[in-house]
Design a protein around this ligand. Structure first.
Ligand code: HEM
Length: 391
């Protein structure tokens, strides 16, 4: 029987995930294996759309409690690491901050910033897309939204990389790096929250600093857990998604030409590429009670890995699932997750992606990946390692 861990956590799977997903879905759609993510314990992998949906919608079995993921945090990441019913009170507080209307109001700023970034390289005929566009765009917007100084960006990016892709193959060393960085992030936000409470501005961090749930002020631990999570969610995911989308469009010129010929396809391009690329490949859980899923018995205490990337290319849900079909009618993809923990930032992310793709192509309609680039992606959250373009 296939050992999912041995084929999933490989460079090949990060670079060409569809083949790996297809193999997992057909050979071991639900798999319970010793070790890997769960140390000496068991890890459960879920890959078919139907089972993934079930897992995401049953937090009483697939819990998001703090043990599911360790990024060096001292306090639970809120709302990600809180299960229902507690979870809802935090979403009630945060959802309005990321509502479609609020995000629409940010759109002109995003459009201006996209053009400013393109101004920096359009004439040159080349760019390092990851460094010069995909990284600064969502980061600058996020810092503005939070009310944080743009000067802190290099520090944040370093913390983000040390947390999500620590520069070591040794699991113990990676844990030490995450713990150290987690402490530094916490100390930063502890100071910043004091400052914002004393001198509130229009930013989200000021509102967190004086925020309430259930008619009581948030504790400092809750505030820190929120800021830490928002930083990780806000800085990494849109960058990775932009990399995946532009890498695809650079190498599939027929789809890019279709968009250039008919700009009304923009939404379809964004949604189909979110689905087929699914940049956040997997989400972690802890099994909270014994259960049977896909005919496999899972046990309380097991670690679980829900493969949303595999679900998004499952032919039982999406006909011709691996193709980017710009006329697809039903696209209930799970690139933003599903169930209670469905992405808080999805309206922000979609707006940024649409505006970025639209404006970039108005200015630079034809481009290719430079000849000496070997296209590789990082695992788990798929950023391009090198995405230098030319036109
Ligand atoms: C294209 C970009 C993005 C993708 C693909 C993405 C993906 C996801 C996924 C898959 C989840 C579910 C996690 C789980 O079930 O364990 C999630 C949750 C979350 N995301 Fe995003 N995300 C994106 C952008 C953002 C942005 C820009 C922010 C914030 C500024 C954000 C903040 C969050 C938060 C706070 C949660 C936890 C929600 C909860 O637990 O209730 N995300 N995201």
């Amino acid at each position: 029987m296939t050992d999912v861990a041995s084929i999933l956590f490989t460079q090949e799977a990060a670079d060409r995930p569809h083949e790996t997903y297809a193999r997992i879905r057909s050979e071991c759609p639900v798999s319970r294996e010793v070790g890997w993510v769960g140390g000496d314990g068991h890890t459960v992998y879920v890959s078919r759309y139907e089972d993934v949906m079930w897992a995401l919608r049953h937090p009483e079995v697939f819990s998001s409690a703090p043990g599911a993921v360790n990024v060096g945090q001292e306090h639970p990441l809120i709302p990600l690491q809180v299960d229902p019913p507690e979870h809802a009170k935090y979403r009630r507080m945060l959802d309005p901050e990321f509502s479609p209307a609020r995000m629409k109001a940010l759109e002109p700023d995003v459009r201006a910033l996209v053009n400013q970034l393109v101004d920096g390289f359009a004439e040159r005929g080349t760019c390092d897309f990851h460094e010069e566009f995909a990284t600064p765009l969502p980061s600058a917007i996020f810092l503005r939204l939070m009310g944080m100084s743009q000067d802190d960006l290099p520090q944040f990016l370093q913390w983000r990389d040390d947390t999500i892709r620590p520069d070591t193959d040794d699991m113990e060393e990676a844990r030490r790096i995450r713990d150290r960085v987690g402490g530094e992030i916490q100390a930063y936000f502890d100071r910043a929250l004091d400052e914002k409470a004393a001198n509130p501005d229009g930013g989200l961090m000021s509102r967190i600093a004086v925020g309430e749930v259930d008619g009581r002020p948030l504790t400092r631990g809750e505030q820190l857990g929120m800021c830490h999570l928002l930083m990780l969610g806000g800085l990494d995911t849109v960058t990775a998604t932009l990399d995946c989308m532009i890498a695809y469009l650079a190498t599939h010129t027929d789809r890019r030409q279709a968009l250039l010929d008919d700009p009304t396809l923009l939404d379809a391009v964004v949604e189909e590429l979110l689905r087929t690329e699914t940049p956040v490949v997997m989400v972690p859980r802890i099994i909270a009670q014994d259960a049977t899923i896909g005919g496999v018995e899972v046990k309380a205490g097991d670690t679980a890995v829900i493969l949303i990337g595999a679900a998004d290319t499952d032919g039982d849900e999406f006909p011709d699932a691996e193709s980017v079909d710009l006329a697809r009618e039903k696209n209930r993809h799970v690139a933003f997750g599903a169930g209670p923990h469905r992405c808080l930032g999805s309206h922000l992310a979609r707006m940024e992606l649409r505006v970025a793709i639209e404006e970039f192509h108005k200015r630079i309609p034809e481009y290719r990946i430079q000849d000496d680039v070997e296209l590789h992606f990082s695992p788990a959250i798929r950023q391009a390692v090198d995405l230098r373009l030319e036109w």
